[in-house]
Design a protein around this ligand. Structure first.
Ligand code: SF4
Length: 393
């Protein structure tokens, strides 16, 4: 374990990114020329990416607090600074706690067979032996006797990310293997993703031989094509984070293809035709949304689109300041200006403590059944039975 660091400072917003980064590997492995095509578009931080950065920093601070490898006064000052941030909330505490809990359990499990494993938080991982200038930053690496654990935090609530053959984690694992195998004789590599907001934790194991074979046969050739701006454009769900996605011709052709489908001559779509459309429908909606966002951003800069105009969106009325409204209403003699409501589950649990909450309120808490949602078979949730299948049984 590392020594206590007296000058540690978390700063994820300014960490370097490789051109062939691990976090974008899913895209450049599928569509190598996207790397050069994207160069003409600037990085545009969004509120989601800024919040993700903030949550990662909170995770890092909590891991250091558990590991005790950063001077407590330095750490507590950073915690205070993070609490004084717009992104801070009880929910941010809860999701980062869940990640740290998983990390702690994994560390303890590794310690059971290796008393002093190497534990690295926010470690720079270099895979340039396979991908020119390739590097990334791993949220947590644990290296024990024969074992390499990679754990990655995902703060998103939109897209479910699985560990199964996840190229980002496989590149981190590759870098870890290249760096630590000579000393630790790694035989098992386990990669995990913790995505608390989607109640999603998954792990995937691979052998060093299988990982190296993937790196040499799939990653290295794609990296060369990507750097040279060659290879085939390929659209798919990996386009979601491509900087060229708004105006990429290949992506547009991919979705316009749907409209050109040669459907049978009949008044109603057949079941087969609907099944054919479904896999593409969600991505099609996302593409239209991206295109609209791009066109709106351009219109804000002064561009005009034939048949369209820029207007202000519809908004709801808001108080300028709650305290002023309370004051003027009270002065005017109105008393019916408040409503009281029970604290939400997380807030009540925090207010009375987890144990008391479980004992007193536990019997009165339930999880309602979710409404039916049609998802691809690859989704990890268990299928629910339909009324018809129940009847048939
Ligand atoms: S939008 Fe999709 S198809 Fe176009 S360059 Fe990017 S990844 Fe490739």
């Amino acid at each position: 374990m590392s020594e206590v660091n007296a000058a540690h400072e978390v700063d994820h917003a300014h960490r370097a990114h490789a051109m062939l980064s691990a976090s974008s590997a899913h895209r450049w492995l599928e569509c190598p020329p996207s790397v050069r095509l994207s160069e003409q578009f600037a990085d545009q931080p969004t509120v989601f990416s800024e919040e993700g950065t903030y949550l990662h920093e909170l995770c890092e601070l909590k891991l250091h607090r558990f590991l005790g490898d950063v001077a407590p006064d330095i750490l507590e000052a950073q915690f205070r600074a993070h609490k004084d941030n717009d992104f801070y909330s009880e929910e941010a505490e809860a999701v980062t706690d869940e990640y740290v809990q998983f990390c702690v359990e994994t560390i303890e499990a590794v310690r059971a067979s290796c008393p002093d494993p190497l534990i690295l938080v926010e470690h720079r991982l270099d895979y340039s032996e396979i991908v020119p200038d390739g590097f990334g930053t791993g949220d947590l690496l644990i290296v024990g006797d024969g074992v390499l654990e990679i754990i990655d935090f995902k703060g998103g609530r939109g897209v479910r990310v699985e560990a199964d053959r996840n190229p980002q984690l496989m590149l981190y694992a590759l870098a870890g293997l290249l760096e630590f195998d000579p000393l630790y004789d790694i035989r098992t590599i386990r990669m995990s993703i913790v995505q608390p907001r989607l109640n999603n934790t998954s792990s995937y194991e691979i052998t060093p031989d299988a990982l190296l074979s993937w790196a040499q046969n799939e990653v290295a050739p794609a990296a060369i094509l990507a750097l040279e701006g060659k290879g085939e454009y390929k659209a798919g769900e990996h386009c979601r984070f491509c900087k060229a996605r708004h105006t990429c011709r290949k992506r547009s052709e991919y979705y316009m293809e749907l409209a050109r489908r040669d459907f049978k001559e009949a008044d109603l779509l057949t079941d087969e035709e609907i099944a054919d459309i479904l896999p593409m429908a969600q991505n099609l909606a996302k593409w239209v949304e991206d295109l609209m966002a791009y066109a709106t951003a351009q219109a804000e800069k002064g561009k005009t689109w034939p048949g369209y105009k820029l207007v202000a969106s519809v908004t709801k009325r808001k108080y300028t300041n709650d305290a002023d409204v309370i004051r003027v209403c009270t002065e005017a003699g109105y008393t019916n200006i408040y409503k009281t409501s029970l604290l939400g589950i997380s807030d009540l649990e925090k207010a009375i403590g987890k144990k008391a909450f479980q004992e007193i309120v536990g019997p009165y808490v339930f999880k309602p059944e979710g409404t039916p949602e049609l998802v691809p078979l690859s989704d990890r949730r268990k299928p629910i039975s339909s009324a018809e299948t129940d009847f048939a049984e």
